[in-house]
Each structure stands twice: as structure tokens, then as C-alpha cells.
Write a protein that binds this ligand. Sequence first.
Ligand SMILES: Cc1cc2nc3c(=O)[nH]c(=O)nc-3n(C[C@H](O)[C@H](O)[C@H](O)COP(=O)(O)O)c2cc1C
Length: 215
Amino acid sequence: MAKQVWKAGNMIYPLPAVMVSVADREGNSNILTVAWTGTVCTNPPMAYISVRPERYSYHMIEETKEFVINLTTEKLARATDYCGVRSGRDVDKWKECSLTPQKAAVLQYAPAIAEASVNIECRVVKIEKLGSHHMFLAEVVSVSADEAYMDENNRFDLNSTGLLAYSHGEYLGLGEKIGTFGYSVRKKPAGRQKSLQRKKKSPEKRRIRSAAHKN
Ligand SMILES: Cc1cc2nc3c(=O)[nH]c(=O)nc-3n(C[C@H](O)[C@H](O)[C@H](O)COP(=O)(O)O)c2cc1C
């Protein structure tokens, strides 16, 4: 396989492009889009966002040590892009994108975005001044999920919310399901009895049952 070698740069894709909602102590709030984000620890649950200090939102996060990561969906793609190309210095992104600030479950200042299916409330524990971006390392203090995607067993089917991915400058949907966590080593159900049993379950039910995994 012939390859070109490039100078060092960032090429880890796909990523989520999340909408991060923030506020200052006076109650002024804003939204910015962030792709430099991720999970860094399972227990305690921790996440990060990396933000350029010149962003209007930066001082709000620095001041309150709070932010909400709102997962985005295909339906929210336009708003996600808009919140990443316009500044709260110039426009009211809530109004322009018809988004609604919602009181967070635990945080005092930063609101959640009501239209997002998942709101991940974060409290900053460390600011790492890396260079172009400062990383806000944070503890996840609460997660809210849209009840519309709960099944009868109260299990959340995240992958039916229409999650949005960001890859190399483009927004994409997630496409078809290929497998579930550990499927490469899982034994296939043997015998006619098992295959009959599987057929009885609806594809929808099977998808919901296999939606959760823990790393
Ligand atoms: C897809 C996408 C991803 C982005 N990711 C980041 C990021 O990780 N960190 C960052 O500082 N800015 C990022 N931006 C840029 C900010 O969202 C943008 O500068 C925004 O206007 C800042 O808003 P504010 O000035 O109201 O805070 C991204 C923009 C887009 C469109």
C-alpha cells in the first residue's frame, strides 16, 4: 500500500461535533460547536473540550467552570454548523437557531439545549493550556436523555436518535449498523431452536437490547 507522508497534524476522524452550551455568572448564555472533545475516563466519568481562548465562550467556561455537551443529530446539523461559524459576540445563537435553553439538572449556570436528545453536564477540574487550544478537563456530573428514545425496559436507544458525525470538514450520518461491542468473538447461536427464537424477536427489539455496552 503506497502512502504519502505528511507533516504532523490532526487526523483522528470521525468525531462528534457537539454543541456546547455555556453561561457567565450574570446569566448570559451562549452555544459554540466543538469537535475537539471526547471521553477521558469511565470512572469517575470525565470528558474534555478544547477551546481557543479567543472564543467568546471561553471566558464563560473559565468563569463558571461549567459547560454542557449537547449531542447533535442530523436534524440539528444546520444549527451545529451555524454555532461553529458565528460568534455570540455578534448574534444570539439561541434565537437564530430556534434553540431553547433549559435549566440543567445539576449545574448552576450553564443551561442545556432542550432540542438535543442528550445533555452531558460537566464541571471543569483542570484547564490545560496546550497551545492554540486550552483543554477543559471536566467531571461529568449529570446526563439527561430524551424519554422518547426509551424502550419499555427504560433502556435508551442512543443510536436511533440520528447522531451526527464530523469527519475531515464534513458532517455525516452514522450509516448502517455493522456489529455490536464484542461481536467479533461472540459465539453464533447454534441449532435450529436458537435461530427460531431469534426470528421471533423483532429487529427493533434486538437493536435496543444490544445498544448498551461498557468500556
Ligand atoms: C464542526 C466545527 C467544529 C469546531 N470545533 C471547535 C473546537 O473543537 N474548538 C474550538 O475552539 N472551536 C471550534 N470550532 C469553532 C467555534 O465553534 C467557532 O469559532 C464559534 O463561532 C465560537 O463561538 P463563540 O465565539 O460564540 O464562542 C468548531 C467549528 C465547527 C464548525
